[in-house]
Design a protein. Structure first.
Length: 135
């Protein structure tokens, strides 16, 4: 198989795995840290209204979802790519980062969470995933 095809598949698989990890953590988050009483997190409108009720502990799981999703995507891409690993991992981080910016613009979450999430969850975690498996 040509190198470019292997790299494209590694990149796509990294995105898919990272997305699944991210969504999996989000889906179980309500079982780990229950939502505030009266909050409906099943719709976008309910989530926006519930933000005023959220305590710092309610932001742990979204941060972990973003960080571990990016980290796992970077690990998979680094493990499977043949060349240009670092650039592909940073592209994965960039795509997840754009999603993070979208969520910051969509939800009225606290500034401390927005900064922590955008600064620590994407590029540092992607680099860590790359660093652990680079050859």
């Amino acid at each position: 198989m040509p190198i470019i095809i292997k790299n494209i598949l590694a990149f796509i698989l990294g995105l898919v795995v990272g997305s699944f990890v991210n969504m999996g953590i989000i889906l179980i988050s309500n079982f780990v840290i229950p939502a505030p009483a009266g909050a409906d997190l099943s719709t976008e409108e309910g989530l926006i209204k519930a933000m005023a009720l959220m305590q710092p502990r309610h932001f742990i799981m979204p941060f972990l979802a973003h960080a571990l999703g990016t980290f796992s995507g970077a690990l998979v891409c680094t493990a499977l790519a043949v060349s240009f690993r670092f650039y592909m991992v940073m592209l994965i981080a960039s795509l997840f980062f754009v999603g993070g910016i979208y969520m910051v613009m969509l939800l009225p979450s606290p500034l401390w969470f927005n900064l922590t999430d955008l600064i620590l969850a994407y590029f540092p975690m992607a680099y860590l995933g790359y660093f652990l498996l680079k050859k």
